[in-house]
Design a protein around this ligand. Structure first.
Ligand SMILES: Nc1ncnc2c1ncn2[C@@H]1O[C@H](COP(=O)(O)OP(=O)(O)O)[C@@H](O)[C@H]1O
Ligand SMILES: [Mg+2]
Length: 170
């Protein structure tokens, strides 16, 4: 387990993707900093829940921290290797592999009663060496009491996954 305060102290800022979110990384961890503290806390809560429930398809939760001086929330998580699907040119065998993994991932999400809410190729990381597929970005996720709860990826067809299969994988 990485000590949260030292992790935050030593990671350099690497990139700015959105105006209100910043991303820091070092070899061990990845930090998502959010100026919307409530949103950051919510994402941290979901990621912690998934980690505690042995969901293997997301980065492991490491810590959650509010910086009151800078008025930001920092979510510290395991650093993943791999590229988002949107940035990969996939071989046919990797496409088949990802399609299979997507259904395992989806089944496990149902098993822990979480709806991701934003499954798309920018939120899936694939490692072409290890063939591991990981789901990230849980800020739109929600808890579901049952599979029939109204939510966009647990009730009815999982549209995000179907769209990926049709446009990228099959
Ligand atoms: N745990 C992680 N390890 C490595 N890279 C990550 C991790 N989480 C996110 N990223 C990178 O940061 C980018 C933005 O992360 P994401 O959680 O999707 O934020 P946003 O809410 O801005 O879409 C991703 O596309 C990915 O490249
Ligand atoms: Mg995202």
């Amino acid at each position: 387990m990485i000590d949260l305060s030292s992790a935050i102290k030593f990671v350099p800022k690497t990139q700015t993707v959105n105006q209100d979110r910043f991303y820091y990384t070092n070899d061990a961890c990845f930090i998502k900093e959010d100026t919307n503290i409530e949103r950051g806390l919510y994402e941290a809560k979901i990621l912690k829940f998934l980690t505690n429930n042995d969901f293997i398809y997301s980065p492991k939760y490491i810590g959650s921290h509010i910086d009151h001086d800078k008025k930001v929330h920092r979510l510290v998580m395991e650093k993943l290797s791999g590229e988002t699907l949107e940035n990969l040119v996939l071989s046919d065998s990797d496409k088949r592999r990802i399609a299979g993994e997507l259904f395992c991932l989806y089944g496990k999400l149902i098993g822990v009663n979480i709806s991701h809410g934003d499954i798309n190729e920018s939120n899936l990381l694939f490692n072409v060496n290890t063939k591991e597929l990981k789901l990230i970005d849980f800020e739109k996720a929600s808890y579901c009491k049952s599979i029939t709860d109204h939510s966009n990826d647990l009730s009815g067809p999982p549209w995000g996954i179907i769209h990926l299969l049709r446009t990228r994988l099959l």
